[in-house]
Design a protein around this ligand. Structure first.
Ligand code: MG
Length: 244
């Protein structure tokens, strides 16, 4: 069973771990040509109601999928771009004291990579898995400071994400769902990580469906074993068309 995408659906897609296989670093991911082609076709079929929902910045998303430029939710919901290209920042940039702390953590743990996305930070430790516990402990100790600076910490797959308090992917999806061409369309959302739960939770009230990748999430109706399986499904949809 695959998610029920119809001509009047709105398709929201997480990128890393959902559409693309995880790589050693965020810049090392590969976007297969057939995926890009499938997305271009689906964007057309859905009259533009296709959006990426990512922890990546909008700049990074555009670089991956160029020349395709869709509506998108970047930095876990802090940046939202509508189908008309208008960008809204739903939060302030990450405060400098928090940025300085994470720079320090990255410097003191060789092999970690700090990705500064202005509205969010991501400290990747995929190449330094031994740093995981020390980083988690350091971040825990600073809980009070993060609360005072109004940022939230989230632990993902080999990454510690820092985002503005009160901002999440669900907030981003709600924002786009108020805009044309998303409004009044049942959303279909796919994600693979803890940061995607904020979208899965709001799907029932929006009349939508979710699919997870690689693992099951409570209340999520559909599941794909891998990003590759998601890509094959999207290619089939693009080639055979979606139901009316
Ligand atoms: Mg993901």
């Amino acid at each position: 069973m695959t998610p029920p995408v119809k001509k009047n659906s709105a398709l929201f897609l997480d990128i890393d771990g959902t559409l693309l296989d995880m790589a050693r670093t965020p810049d090392a991911v590969i976007v297969p040509a057939e995926l890009r082609l499938a997305l271009v076709r689906l964007y057309d079929v859905l009259d533009g109601a296709l959006a990426f929902v990512s922890g990546r910045s909008l700049t990074s998303i555009d670089r991956l999928f160029a020349p395709l430029r869709t509506a998108a939710i970047g930095c876990h919901g802090a940046e939202v771009r509508g189908t008309d290209g208008t960008i809204r920042a739903l939060a302030d940039p990450i405060p400098d004291p928090v940025r300085a702390i994470f720079r320090g953590l990255a410097e003191s743990h060789p092999g970690t990579i700090l990705e500064d996305k202005i509205y969010a930070l991501a400290l990747h430790y995929r190449l330094a898995p031994e740093a995981k516990l020390a980083l988690a402990a350091a971040v825990d100790r600073l809980e009070g400071l993060f609360a005072a600076e109004k940022v939230a910490i989230q632990h993902g797959k080999s990454v510690i994400d820092v985002k503005p308090l009160g901002i999440d992917k669900g907030v981003g999806v709600r924002t786009l769902m108020r805009q044309t061409p998303f409004r009044d369309r049942p959303p279909i959302f796919g994600g693979d990580d803890t940061t995607d739960l904020d979208v899965f939770h709001i799907l029932p009230e929006l009349g939508g469906h979710g699919f997870s990748v690689g693992r099951a999430f409570k209340g999520v109706d559909y599941k794909f074993p891998s990003p590759r399986a998601v890509r094959q499904w999207l290619t089939r949809l693009a080639e055979r068309g979606v139901a009316a």
